[in-house]
Design a protein around this ligand. Sequence first.
Ligand code: SAH
Ligand code: SF4
Length: 384
Amino acid sequence: MTTANLLDFDLAGLAAFCERLGEKRFRAVQLFRWIHQKGAARFDDMTDLARSLREKLPAVCEIRPLKVMAQQESTDGTIKWLFDVGDGNAVEAVFIPEDDRGTLCVSSQAGCAVGCRFCSTGHQGFSRNLSTGEIVAQLWFAEHFLRKHLKTSERVISNVVMMGMGEPLQNYSALVPALKVMLDDHGYGLSRRRVTVSTSGVVPMMDRLAQDVPVALAVSLHAPNDTLRDNLVPLNRKYPLAELMAACVRYLPAAPRDFITFEYCMLDGVNDQPEHAQQLLALIRGQSAFYSGPSVPCKINLIPFNPFPDSGLRCSPRPVVLAFAEVLNAAGVVTTVRKTRGDDIDAACGQLAGDVLDRTNAAQRMAQRRTTETRPVQVVRRGA
Ligand code: SAH
Ligand code: SF4
C-alpha cells in the first residue's frame, strides 16, 4: 500500500487526516508549517512535534518530492527544472527572478489535451493530470532549493503563475487544493493577486474558480475572431468567444484584480495584422460580431511566439509586434510586450516540452491527431 503524500493536502485536508489519526487540528498546523514554511521532508526534523506523533507518522504518510531529472540555469538567472513524474513523463517548472519579485511558473498536467497550434506542450499530446502533491511539490522544491542556493531564510518566490505545461482548469480538482496551499498563511502565504491561473478558456471552470478560490486570471486569447481562434485554440469550438468573454465579465467581481490579463501570442502573418488589432479592440469593447455585451476590463500581454521544431509558424517581426501594441495602447488598452526569459534553456512560454518528446511516442501521436482533427491555420499574406 502506498502511504499518503502530505503534499497532497491543503490545511483542511491535513487537519482531517490528523483527526483520523486521533490528533488535534493544531498538530496539522504545526506539520503544515514544517513542510511548507521550513521545507522539512523528514518527521525527525520536526523538533516541536510530539514524539508520539513523530513516531506514528512514518507508517502512514510521507512527504514525497518529485525527482529532479535536470536543472538548467540561463544566463539571465532563469532556472528550469525537469521533474520526473513516472511512466516516461516529465514536467517542468521555471523560476524567473526580477528586481521586485520572484516568479515560479508551475505545470498542472503532463502534456495537454487542448492541442493549441503554437504550443509545444500541445503538440506533445496529453499524458495525465498531475496530483495536488505533484503541483505543490514544484513550489515546495523550488522555494526551499532557492533559499539554500541564495543563502537566505527569506521567502524567494513571491508569485506563482500556472503557465507551465498543461491546462490548469482541465485539472480542477487537483488545482484547487494546490492553490489553497499557496495562499494559506501557514503555507506559502502568497497574495491572491500574486497567484495567476492561466487558461485557454474552460468556461464552466472559470465560474467555479471565482467561487472556490478567486486568484488572478489570465486568459489565452490569441485571436480576435472565432474562425481564427477555432484553428489556434481548438477549445474555442466548445467555448467560443461570446461565451469566453461573458465568463471573463462574470469572473471580475470575485477577482483580486479589477482586470483580466489577455495573452496573445504573436504569430507572423496569422494573427498580427492591423485588422486583427482592430477586431481585438471591438471584441473587448463588446462591440464585435463575436461578442456583444459589457466591455471587459483587461490588460493585454503580447507574447512573441517561441518557435519549436515542426510548428510551421514564425514569430511576428519586432516592428509588427510594436505596431500591434501601439494600436491597442493608443485606444487606451494597456498592452505590454512580454520579455522573453530563459530563451537559451528553452524555458520560454510554450517551449516546455522538455526531453519528453524524445522518450515517448507523443510526437507521432500528435502528428496523427493533427492530420485527422485540425484544419490548417489560415495565413494572412503580408500586403495581400
Ligand atoms: N494552458 C494554459 C496555461 C499554460 S500555457 C493556457 O494556455 O493559458 C501558458 C501561456 O504560454 C499561454 O498563454 C500560452 O498560450 C502561451 N504559449 C504557449 N505556447 C507558446 C509559444 N510557443 N510561444 C509563446 N507563447 C506560448
Ligand atoms: Fe495546452 Fe495552454 Fe499549450 Fe494550449 S497553450 S496546448 S491550453 S498548455
